[in-house]
Design a protein around this ligand. Sequence first.
Ligand SMILES: NC(=O)c1ccc[n+]([C@@H]2O[C@H](COP(=O)([O-])OP(=O)(O)OC[C@H]3O[C@@H](n4cnc5c(N)ncnc54)[C@H](OP(=O)(O)O)[C@@H]3O)[C@@H](O)[C@H]2O)c1
Length: 386
Amino acid sequence: MKRVVILGSTGSIGRNALRVAAALPDRIRVVGLAAGRNAAAVLEQARRFGVRRVALLDAGSAALCRREAPEGMAVLEGAEGVAALAAEPAADLVLCAVVGLAGLRPVLAALESGKHVALATKEVLVGAGGIVMDAARRRGVRVLPVDSEHSAMLQCIDGACPGAGGDADGPVRRLILTASGGPFHGRPETDLDAVTVAQALDHPRWSMGPKVTVDSATLMNKGLELIEAHWLFGLPAERIDIVLHPESIVHSLVEFRDGNVLGQLSLPDMRYAIQYALTWPARVDGGLPGVDLTALGTLTFAPPDGVRFPALGLAREAARRGGTLPAVLNAANETAVQRFLEGTLRFADIWRTVERVMDGHTVVNAPDLDTILAADAWARRRAMEG
Ligand SMILES: NC(=O)c1ccc[n+]([C@@H]2O[C@H](COP(=O)([O-])OP(=O)(O)OC[C@H]3O[C@@H](n4cnc5c(N)ncnc54)[C@H](OP(=O)(O)O)[C@@H]3O)[C@@H](O)[C@H]2O)c1
C-alpha cells in the first residue's frame, strides 16, 4: 500500500491520478490533496477518498474550504501550506502535478523529507534539474516521471537494465522522444501569427490543462521534455532525438549501446504513465486496456520542423549552454504562454519572447537555488515587456 499526496489534484493530471487510485484501492491510499483555488473540488475529492489533510494556495479559497470542511480536516494555505503537505510524514510518495516552477518548493520539500516524487511538472526539472536530482540522490529517493514520454523511457530502461537509469556511461546510447506535433503539425497553411487561443487549445490527441496544451502547439513542450530527459537519465542533449509521431501510441524509445531499440506503446491516456509512477516498481492490473495493433493499422514517424517551430531550437540551445539559461527559457515561456492565454500576445510571439529574453541573459554557470530563482524572476519581468 502506497500512501500518496497529490499536488494539483483538481487539474487534468490530478483527476486522472485519482481515477488510478480509485481503480487500485488495495495499492494506493490518498493521504493529502492540494490545489490552487478550487476549494469545492478539493473538498469533494477529500470526502470521496477519506483524506484528512488538504492545502490551497489561495488564502481566500483556504478560508472557504475551512468553513465547509468536516470536523478534523486540516486545511493548510499558501505556498508554505502546499510545501508542508508535500513533507507530510504519513506519505510515501508525492505526485506533483501543479503547473510551472511553482512546483519546485514542494518537490524539494518532499525529497528532503525522504519521499519519492512522481513528477508531472516538467518545469521543475527544466528550471532546477541539478538541484532536484542532487536532493533525490542525497536522500536516496527517486524522481519518477509522469510525463508519458519519460515514463516510456524509464519503462524501457527498467525492463532492459534494471537500475541503469541516470547513468550516462551506462547501456543507453540514445533516447528517442516522440512528439504528437500538436494541432498545427502538417498544416503549413496555418498563419501562426493569427492562431487563436481556441485553436491552440484544440489538441488532436490529448486532453490536458491549458499551459501544457499551448506548449504542445508551439512544440516548446518537446523542448522542455528534452531538458527533462537530460536530467532524469543523465544523457547530454546531443544524445536525445525528437521524432514526430502524430498517433501518440509509441510514447518514446531507447536505443541501447548494442544498437537494439526498445519502445513503449499504449493508448494516449495519461493513466498508464501515472499508474506506473504510483505503483513503481510493481506492474499491476488497474483495468487499463492494451493496444490492438491491427485496429491501429499504421503508425507514422517524421522529423520535426524546427524552422516553423523555433521553440525546439531554443530549448536545445538552453540545454547545450546550461547554467541559468534553461530556467530563463522556462520562466519566459511560462509568462509568454500566460500572456497568450490572456490575449495580450500573439501565438508566434511566444517563442519570439523566449528568444528575446534568452538573448538578453548573462548565463551563470553551476547556479545555486537563489541564483536560479533570481534568474527566473528576472526572465518573468523581461517577458512582460513588449
Ligand atoms: N495534462 C496532461 O495530460 C499532462 C501531460 C504531461 C505532463 N503534464 C504536466 O503536468 C503538470 C500539470 O498539468 P495539468 O495539465 O494537469 O494542469 P492543470 O489541468 O492546469 O492543473 C493544474 C493543477 O495545479 C493546481 N495548482 C496550480 N498552481 C498551484 C500551486 N502553486 N500550488 C498547488 N496547486 C496548484 C491547480 O489548482 P486549481 O484547479 O485550483 O487552479 C490544478 O489542480 C504541468 O507541468 C504539465 O506540463 C500534464
